[in-house]
Design a protein. Sequence first.
Length: 279
Amino acid sequence: MTIPLTLLDTCWPGHVPELAPAIEEMGYHRYWASEHHSSWQSASPMITAALAGAVTDSIRVGTAGIMLRLASVARVIEERALVELYYPGRFDLGVVGALPGAACLERYEPDTIIADGNTYVARVRRLVREVRARADGLATGELWLCGKSVAAAELAGELGMRFAFHHFLVGSPADGALAPAEAYRRAFVPGPGLDTPWMAIAAYGACAGSEPAAVAEWAAHFQGAPPPRPSFLGTPDRCAATIAGLARRYGAREVALDCFAGSFAARLDGLGAIARAIA
């Protein structure tokens, strides 16, 4: 069975008008916009996802995820309704419990109630409850919780949400680190539109025509900083085998990924090569 692939985009948003149609043509299942607060990344995943929807025809678009510890639940719900109005049945809402760095938090603190752990959980519960209760006549997309911890996995399961496990953010452990996946399945309670656990694994790596070329592209992305351990790396066949192995190990129904590279063209080449190899 072919594994549905999502692009989890953490790179410069200026490429989205070209990137989103390209991955749609490659056969990707969804474009996910992430939230990052830097000079070269998007801090507005809802806007980025809406832009991706505008330049594509049928690929799903969504957020993975909105930093709900910084965000108003009411505002997220209203923006979700607007995006679904434009792209009915195509938009998926994902949230995450991460926070940006200290400098960004300092800018937000004067006019934002930044949630601690317990308040964040309460916000997730309220968001899920109100999204499901809202009778707006629009096609309802999927609800995702993104995270890397057992606590995040258990919350997603308890609320009957889909769970995206960030394999890359826990250091891409070769031996699996399966506790979050197991916790999600144990805690899962069926929710509206989701009868069984549904998990994606989020992975980053580099793909090129040869092993040395892939290693070079991975290093080039980090511009001289020590590169972390990738979730996959190498030729298209090797990357496809690694990705399929991760999905089997975690029992994941989908894979969310990105290919890092020193240029946008090389990134697109890697994304296309993996899609063809998986298919």
